[in-house]
Design a protein around this ligand. Sequence first.
Ligand code: SF4
Length: 348
Amino acid sequence: MSRPAASLTRSAPAFRKALARWFARHRRPLPWREAPSAYRTVVSELMLQQTQVATVLPYFERWTQRWPGFADLARADEAEVLAAWAGLGYYRRARLLHGLAKAVAALPAPPTTAEGWVELPGVGPYTAAAVSSIAFGHPAAVVDGNVVRVLARLAGHRRTFASTAAAVRVVTPLAAALLDPRRPGDHNQAMMELGALVCRKASPACDRCPVSRWCASRGAAASIPAFAPKPRRSEQVDRALVVDRRRVLLRRHAKDSPRLAGLAELPLLASLRLKAGKLVAVRKRAITTTTYVERLHLVPAAKVRAAARRQPDLEWVSLADLPFAAVSGPHLRWVTELVGKVAGESKG
Ligand code: SF4
């Protein structure tokens, strides 16, 4: 532990008190914080991974109204679950949540400790600590991206971390030493909230930080923590947009597909044995370290009717049914945007 971290650890009781006082005054009234339960915490934590709070809010409300508990979600059909998730991206999380609901519903009661939660399918140390501390008061420290940033700054870590996982390993002992054993759930939420509202990535507001007196980076923290750059790559993807009599041709992924199980997308040109169509749009999207350049080609329906009959993973979906057909979020957006523009051009 660095010297500032060791000194901060000695001040842990005063640190907890200052943080708790600040959190009581400044916490955002988020729906998963009202009447917290294991289920609501799990749903919010999974939705919030890689997604902004403002985007998650309406999804969380709809989701918990439709499936108020683990048992309700466990009984849901996977296609329904994926359709309800559409727009949040990273569908792996939806399948994980569904699988987790089935596992919890099969138990006599949900686990109450981080060690119990981490045994369940798809639950990592972060989610296990969040759920067990917030819903059951179990003393496990949460270390997410916000908390890594706050702790690295408090401890004055000026090294370059190879990865987030490496930074988590370095700061976890400090997180555990600072955790308030009497109110671990509130303490964890306060640390995350401090990172989100005050100790922000590019513009830390040190002048209104409740724990600045213990901070080794106060006033000069924007570059902490530093991470080694990840190599980026770019990949071109050519897809067919085929519209025929108010229907669009989609390819549905198999249920055991690792990334897009059960979801439908615009088919690849290559899978239809086509080289090109009329290029109607180019959309870029970044997934982790890869930028996908998605080129959408308008293809006349006559060119693909035979393939659509032959290939069981291809299906015609009526435009009216698209929002309910478990279509990948970006693809649903592209079709909705482009279908008016191309109407009348794709008959053949
Ligand atoms: S003083 Fe500044 S850098 Fe330190 S924890 Fe507070 S906001 Fe972050």
